[in-house]
Design a protein around this ligand. Sequence first.
Ligand code: F6P
Length: 521
Amino acid sequence: MSLSKINPKNTEAWKMLIKKREEIAGIQIIDLFDSSKNRIKKFSIEFDKMFLDFSKNIINDETFELLLKLCEDCELKKNIKSLFNGEKINETENRSVLHTALRDFNLNSEIGKELLLDRQKIEKFTNDILSGKTRGSTNKKITDIVNIGIGGSDLGPNMVVESLKFYKTDLNCHFVSNVDGDHLKEVLKLVDPETTVFIIVSKTFTTQETLTNAKKIKEFLISRSIEDISKHFIGVTSNIKSAVKFGLDKNNIFKMYDFVGGRFSVWGSVGLSVSLAVGYENFEKFLKGANKMDEHFKVSNFEKNIPVCLALISIWYNNFMNCETEAVLPYSEYLKFLPHYLQQMFMESNGKCIDRLSEKVDYQTGTIVWGGTGTNSQHAFFQLLHQGTKLIPCDFIGFKSSLHGNHDSHDKLMSNFVAQTQALMVGGSMGDSPFRKFKGNNPSNTILFDKVSPESLGMILSMYEHKVFVQGVILNIFSFDQWGVELGKSLATKLLTEIKSKNILNHDPSTKNLLEKLISK
Ligand code: F6P
């Protein structure tokens, strides 16, 4: 069964929410705490070692009830079942969407058995490299790994390796994604080819950037007289044939599946560099954290369901309050790549304008996601959050304890964390001048964990994945394809031929002019 095909604008809940928008326009969030005494209890969720406070939103009890009704009107429950049952909900590619299976340790099916073998292969490879059992072609112990991939084949592992740096093994981990020869050269300057393993990650094994970088590395290894190149190359792909043709040893290829999209793939073999960087045990804890959130999402009532509540809040601002963007603000430098990673997850998934009935939508779909770490961002773009003309809902993500136990700094970090959510909501003035007044009433969610750990990171990512899914279901779009990026790719291939042959064909005047400038260098 495919996902429901319901235009949300035709639902009763949507129509009532439009009316609600006018009613709520003059409301101050702070006043809502007086009118509803149990607001904090109602608008917060405690789950495992995490706490979500969504009471600082321009949402009252009735709005919340209507948003919950929207889930019902759009048959969310049934659609969640379709996701986990592996139905082909990625209709435009005729595929199931089963990234949750990659982190399900209790899957009693053929796929479950295959995924178990994949995890065992990751574990063995990780342990063999770390122990020195598997060595380079000159019998030296491996000291560095370089992940070559782009988009989902880079952003996930790169962000997770950075976020879990505290748990690092002895291996140094590098990432090359862009088809930028200068960057590749800078990374190659850092590694010794005799002690480095290059992991080529590409689901399709056709991506121009990744294949170009892989070829350059092959040349680099040959130029450094590495005799057995296969000992320095690992592949992660679903296109085994092309990987073998490239020169990879079949035993050195880890599988990717068509039921897992690139941006949701860090949980499987794409996470190989994560496993190597933090050890397999930590990689497994990361998967189990995500799985915990999957179970919570699957069984919790919607009013206490973390991904559902976050998605509904986002829909409220995006579709009823004219907000175009939302900010993600982790208060931990470890998580500095998280906003970047979430951009692909949200914007590649829900940046669509055709609905599941093949009609052009006449309402907003995917929000623009951006952000940065606190407190750094406070000294950069927070001015606009506090006194600008735009309403920007924010997710503040914080941790009760620091990992290295620097209490003084951590107390300062976290006092800023809370102070910002307070200032955004309460506003106030710092003098008589209008320039020193803060209107307040800026919404935020506060997401609090004990500490940065493989488990908490897994929960955060899974939470956002399901938020994306819920938004996609309600907005009646297909979240799991990405046709929008294909046109640029094929045009670039054509233009490359023209640039290389210095024979510019007929184009629009601006493009033609630019190409001529490029070849005249
Ligand atoms: O940019 C589009 C995209 O298809 C992403 O969805 C994907 O993560 C990325 O390219 C890389 O693709 P591949 O893993 O096939 O090289």
